[in-house]
Design a protein around this ligand. Structure first.
Ligand SMILES: [Cu+2]
Length: 316
């Protein structure tokens, strides 16, 4: 599949456009990727039972769409603050070098703004709202992943499946900014819903991550915080490789655990030699047992669609 089409599929509502008309872009050919996200204050799922609450989101989902481009690409980004919202919102891409006072500044409901940056560094990066109070905009859900694939696709071993996990702490009272500052969170979740991929700890969970034995599974872990570090460990497995910030030049091997700070991200490769299950956890026990456990099932019957296309971030 060519890179342009791939970027379009990965990004959901995100539109990618080749700078030239060629449909067979090579890996090295820089392109322009147009990304338009809309800040929306809307109802979102908060548990596996189907309860909902008002979240602050990008495009109505937590985390927001996975933005994907290739090292060297130009990203033409537009943010709209939905006119039905009550609050100002912004975006901060950790993959960008830009002006915090203009590009990353908040806009009011009904406003739209654009800025451009080049994806100079490959890796897995956090994006989030930086409007005041930032702790609340992150906790309420304005978080997401931007993946910049290396220009030279041989710089990393090819992944057979990929999954994006955006971890963050949530608060039962989303208006309680004092409680957020005191770090009184109640839940810690991968992709917003506690135990979303863990039917062991929540019988209402309907899915797990899936792969076949022998496949290289690449996990992009984005730690959205707002406050806690994440000691990411695969129970019953070992990380084959860990790439801090997802950059192929930062490679660690045979890791049991790697700590991802709030606002940081890393890429984790894992391979299971046989059928069975691993549990991917933030090994801080308060975090794990409050929701940040994701089961990955290794089976020869693994669903071939899981870990590809929009199922790199499986949603309920
Ligand atoms: Cu916001």
């Amino acid at each position: 599949m060519n890179r342009t089409l791939r970027a379009t599929l990965m990004a959901g509502g995100v539109v990618a456009m080749a700078a030239c008309a060629s449909a067979i872009a090579s890996d090295a050919e820089a392109k322009t990727v147009k990304v338009h996200l809309t800040a929306k204050e809307t109802m979102v799922p908060i548990d596996n039972e189907g309860h909902k609450a008002i979240g602050w989101t990008y495009d109505g989902q937590i985390p927001g769409p996975v933005v994907r481009a290739t090292e060297g690409d130009t990203i033409e980004f537009t943010l709209t603050n939905d006119p039905g919202n009550k609050n100002s919102h912004s975006i901060d891409f950790h993959a960008a070098r830009a002006d915090v006072l203009t590009a990353f500044a908040p806009i009011k409901p009904g406003e739209t703004k654009s800025f451009t940056f080049t994806a100079d560094h490959p890796g897995a990066f956090f994006y989030h709202c930086g409007a005041d109070p930032m702790i609340q905009h992150i906790a309420r859900g304005m978080i997401g992943a931007i993946i910049i694939d290396p220009k030279d696709s041989n710089e990393m071993p090819k992944a057979d499946r990929e999954y994006v996990l955006v971890e963050h702490q949530t608060f039962d009272n989303p208006e309680d900014v004092k409680g957020m500052m005191a770090n009184n969170w109640q839940h810690d979740a991968f992709n917003a819903v506690p135990f979303q991929y863990d039917p062991v700890h929540d019988v209402n969970a309907t899915q797990t991550l899936e792969a076949k034995p022998g496949e290289r599974v690449r996990i992009y872990l984005i730690n959205a915080g707002p406050n806690e570090f994440s000691g990411f460990h695969p129970i019953a497995g070992i990380w084959d490789r860990v790439y801090p910030s997802g950059n192929p030049k930062n490679v660690l091997v045979g890791m049991q655990n790697y700590t991802v700070a709030p606002g940081d991200a890393a890429t984790f490769d894992i391979i299971s030699p046989k059928e069975g299950a691993y549990a991917l956890v933030n090994h801080s026990m308060r975090a794990a047992l409050s929701g940040s456990i994701a089961v990955i099932m290794f089976s020869n019957k693994a669903d071939p669609s899981m870990g590809h296309g929009d199922k790199i971030l499986p949603r309920m």
